[in-house]
Structure formats: structure tokens, C-alpha cells
Design a protein around this ligand. Structure first.
Ligand code: AMP
Length: 298
């Protein structure tokens, strides 16, 4: 089944202990789409400025990503800059320039409206609400971040009331609910609307919770983490891609989906920006999925 994503497409400047990548292709919708397109056709809805390199659009198109909903507006592309701490698990945001996102109102082309699966990747919750008004999706997933919890909580709560699943970091759970405990935090989020909550804990893996059902998954063990930027979005892409491919969202399908998210996210960390995630194949995913099964089995 087809999948639509709405979120940022960016030029990212990232510093990690491995080096610096200046104005490379980034953005939540970019990483998400590159991951999800390994599973199903993806419709990307976003905006870039006139300065956005054509080669990046070419890359997305070459990966089974429908860019009909990728608007080019006058002005500059969204920019984000971040620096990772030595532990590679924490980072500081150095700069966020909304640029063309300040005037953006997402317009979903007909096929993007009709797609049965929708993911609201990281953008202002007011824009996520505009997307919900246009979508006919039966299953809707959501990502957000501390910035919106701190500055746009009312809109974010309206979005939460309308989605089926939320994928969120442990620190964001605490910001949103005041709860440090993952189970209490998940309960508080489920009370806001979504039936399913996936809480990511960086290199420590993730927890899937739906009602009183729980599933815990470690992260895939990597010896070299080069740049974790986009790992969360790639996780979401693998998760939603797996669900859309199965056309099923019961708890067993959700369990498989978080493993796919984990496996795909691990590729994203192996090179700067989308350099690795853009080159993976279904075979790479399958091999790592089996290696992961071996890693966790006892
Ligand atoms: P992740 O590492 O999965 O949390 O995602 C990193 C990506 O999110 C980067 O490529 C950024 O361009 C993008 N990003 C960072 N801040 C924002 C924001 N405020 N709105 C939308 N996208 C953002």
C-alpha cells in the first residue's frame, strides 16, 4: 500500500567526532522517504527554496520517491546545523533557519491524499494539522520534537488527538508528559489520542506500547557510528514502510515494524547525511534483519 510523508527537506551542517558535513542533503522527510521507499511507493510532500540543488531531487526520484508534492518556493531552503557530543547519543542544535517553511502550506496531490498510510514527520504542528485535513489515510503516524512541545503545544495536542501512532524520544516523552518513567509517559500519551506509542532511546533501542501490550527492542550493534542525524526519521521510514507493505497494523505487524525501523536506522548512522541510507537495497535490509534476529534470540 502507498505511503505519504510530509516533513522537512533541508540542507544540514553536521559536526560529529568523525568530521563535518557542510550543507548536505537532510531533513526529516528526506531520511524517512529514503528508508520507506525500500518497502512501498512513497509520496513526499515538502518545500525547498530556489537554491536547492537539482541533483538532490534527482536522487529522490531515482529511489521510487514521488516528488510531485515537493514544491519549490521563492527563497532559501530550510537549514539546520547540529553538533554531536563525543558519546554520539546527544547533540546540540546550533542553528535552525525555517526560510521557505515560514510561508509553507502543504498541498497534497491527489495520490498523496489517497495513500492509506500517512506519516507526519517533523514540521510545525500547525502544518501537520493542515495535512490531516487533506488526507484520507486509514493509519496515521506522527513524529515531533522538543521545539514544538515547548512552543506549539496546543496545536501538537490537536494533532495527537487525530493520529494512530506516535514515535517519540524518551526525553521528549518527559517534556510532553512530565513523566520520566517510560510506561507512565506512554500511558499519558495514549490518553491524548494515539493508540500506539513507540519510545526511542537512542543507542539503547526502543519500546513499543499499545494498551497493556509491550515489546522491547535493542539497537543494532554498530562498531562505527559516523553520523546519527536522520536515524530517528529513518527508523520511522522503516516502521511505516513495513506496516504499509504488510497492509496490516495489528500488534504482531507493529512488532515486526519496530524491528525494521531499528535495522534501517542503523544504516543511517554509518555515513554522513543520507550517504549510506540512500544506497541500501532490500537485500541489505533482509541480511541485517536476520543478523538482528540472531543477536536477540535466546
Ligand atoms: P533526527 O536525527 O532523526 O532527529 O532528524 C534530523 C533531521 O531533522 C535533520 O536532517 C534536520 O534537517 C531535521 N530537523 C531538525 N530540526 C527541525 C525542525 N525544527 N523542523 C523540521 N525538521 C528539522
Amino acid at each position: 500500500m502507498e505511503l505519504t510523508v510530509v516533513g522537512s527537506v533541508a540542507l544540514d551542517t553536521v559536526e560529529t567526532p568523525h568530521g563535518r558535513n557542510e550543507e548536505g542533503l537532510g531533513g526529516a522527510a528526506t531520511f524517512f522517504s529514503l528508508a520507506a521507499a525500500n518497502y512501498v511507493p512513497v509520496h513526499m510532500v515538502a518545500v525547498v527554496g530556489e537554491d536547492f540543488p537539482n541533483e538532490h531531487v534527482g536522487l529522490l526520484k531515482s529511489k521510487n520517491i514521488n516528488t510531485e508534492g515537493l514544491e519549490t518556493a521563492s527563497g532559501k531552503t530550510f537549514r539546520w546545523a547540529g553538533r554531536y557530543h563525543d558519546d554520539m547519543n546527544n547533540r546540540d542544535t546550533l542553528d535552525t533557519q525555517l526560510n521557505v517553511f515560514e510561508q509553507f502550506h502543504p498541498k497534497l496531490p491527489p495520490k498523496a491524499q489517497e495513500a492509506p498510510f500517512l506519516f507526519l514527520a517533523n514540521i510545525h504542528p500547525a502544518l501537520q494539522l493542515e495535512v490531516l485535513d487533506q488526507s484520507e489515510a486509514a493509519f496515521k503516524g506522527l513524529d515531533t520534537m522538543n521545539l514544538w512541545i515547548d512552543t506549539a503545544l496546543d496545536d501538537l495536542k490537536k494533532v495527537l488527538a487525530q493520529v494512530d501512532a506516535v514515535i517519540i524520544n524518551d526525553s521528549e516523552v518527559e517534556d510532553l508528559t512530565g513523566q520520566r518513567n517510560i510506561l507512565k509517559g506512554a500511558e499519558a500519551i495514549m490518553a491524548m489520542g494515539p493508540k500506539t506509542v513507540v519510545i526511542k532511546k537512542g543507542e539503547h533501542g526502543c519500546v513499543l506500547i499499545q494498551g497493556d501490550q509491550r515489546f522491547v527492542v535493542p539497537a543494532f550493534l554498530l562498531s562505527d557510528v559516523v553520523d546519527p542525524t536522520g536515524a530517528g526519521d529513518s527508523f520511522a521510514g522503516g516502521f511505516m514502510g513495513s506496516l504499509a507493505k504488510e497492509g496490516n497494523t495489528d500488534f504482531d505487524a507493529l512488532r515486526r515494524a519496530v524491528v525494521h525501523g531499528t535495522v534501517v536506522a542503523s544504516f543511517a548512522c554509518e555515513a554522513f547525511g543520507p550517504d549510506r541510507i540512500a544506497t541500501i537495497t532490500e537485500k541489505d535490509i533482509h541480511q541485517r534483519f536476520e543478523a538482528f534476529r540472531e543477536l536477540c534470540q535466546f
